[in-house]
Design a protein around this ligand. Structure first.
Ligand code: GSH
Length: 325
């Protein structure tokens, strides 16, 4: 059974939790809620009444967004987001100081006595320090995306929504703005912000991501591989190429096909590639999450969100086109 996620579309904490679920190739039952009318089932699972809340199949509850991110990324972290170790300080600064100033800057009338300008200036000091880090490293901590990047961007997005003119015109924020756009321009963003009507007991419960389906375990999966990539993988024990010329780390998953999709994949990407192998994969022998995601045309393709163990490849044969009828 899939876990249940209580979520609220625009909540930055829920956004970062959904981001991690998407990254890790996971699926959940999606219960969109309204903050002014929280479902009793959610409050029973987590009386503190904040989203996101994830209820696992065994009934255990994770009701902190950061913990949901870790739960997801510990199952699959194809881009190595958890590899940088020092995300905690920045996340604490975000969830503490930046959120404090953001709330008072954005919703000043809810905080009697608060000065919008003081909170704007205090928030900007933090945002500029992050911008400076990005200009030095490429990302907040290193030259690669870390948990801090993934946990902070929804809050930076909120700040920008509160003051797009000021944010976009501030030259000190240029690196931060470009960093934010890496998240917002990612095609994944549309899936992250999919809409659903609020859930009610007995009502429809869509899957998140709404355009994904689970992969049947009784049908083989296929991957076309360059012979040299496959030989490297055999030496290493796992295969980490996403598709021709792109790694698992670059793309975030390994492209697979169902049998009837293999020929078209060959024609599109491998026709001039020389020796190409067809790997036949038993989905039951794969340990990383598998999920079928819709590509831009709406067609579903199976994807593996982690390395492909050599032992899950039950047959390797030179690719040969299906005979024409
Ligand atoms: N520390 C929590 C904070 C979550 C949080 O505050 N979520 C807000 C929505 S963005 C919420 O549910 N607030 C309750 C309310 O407004 O009633 C987490 O990281 O999950």
């Amino acid at each position: 059974m899939l876990p249940i996620l209580y979520s609220f579309r625009r909540c930055p904490y829920a956004m970062r939790a959904r981001w991690a679920l998407l990254q890790a190739g996971l699926m959940v039952h999606w219960r969109e809620i309204e903050l002014k009318a929280k479902p009793a089932a959610m409050l029973e699972a987590s009386p503190k009444g904040t989203v996101p809340v994830l209820v696992l199949a065994d009934g255990s509850v994770i009701d902190e967004s950061l913990e949901i991110m870790l739960w997801a990324l510990q199952q699959a972290d194809p881009r190595g987001v958890l590899e940088a170790e020092d995300s905690a300080v920045l996340i604490e600064q975000n969830d503490g100081s930046l959120k404090h100033h953001l709330d008072r800057f954005k919703y000043t009338d809810r905080y009697p006595g608060a000065s919008k300008e003081d909170h704007r200036l205090a928030g900007l000091v933090i945002l500029r320090s992050w911008s400076e880090r990005i200009s030095r490293n490429g990302w907040l901590l290193t030259d690669r995306m870390a948990l801090a990047d993934a946990a902070l961007w929804p809050f930076v997005r909120q700040w920008r929504l509160a003051d797009a003119g000021g944010f976009d015109a501030d030259p000190h924020l240029t690196p931060l703005r470009e960093w934010l756009m890496r998240f917002l321009d990612d095609p994944m963003m549309q899936r992250l912000m999919q809409r659903a009507d609020p859930w009610w007991p007995g009502g429809i419960e869509p899957i998140f991501p709404a355009d994904a389906i689970a992969i049947p375990m009784d049908q083989p999966l296929f991957h076309l591989a360059l012979e040299s990539d496959w030989q490297d993988a055999v030496k290493r024990g796992d295969y980490r190429v996403s598709t021709r010329g792109l790694s698992l780390e670059q793309v975030g998953f390994i492209h697979l096909s169902w049998q009837e999709q293999v020929q078209a994949t060959f024609d599109r990407f491998y026709a001039d590639a020389g020796a190409v192998l067809t790997l036949r994969i038993d989905p039951k022998l794969v340990s990383a999450p598998l999920r079928a995601d819709a590509i831009h045309t709406g067609v579903l393709f199976p994807h593996l969100y982690g390395p492909l163990p050599i032992a899950s490849v039950v047959e390797v044969s030179p690719f040969s086109s299906l005979p024409a009828c």
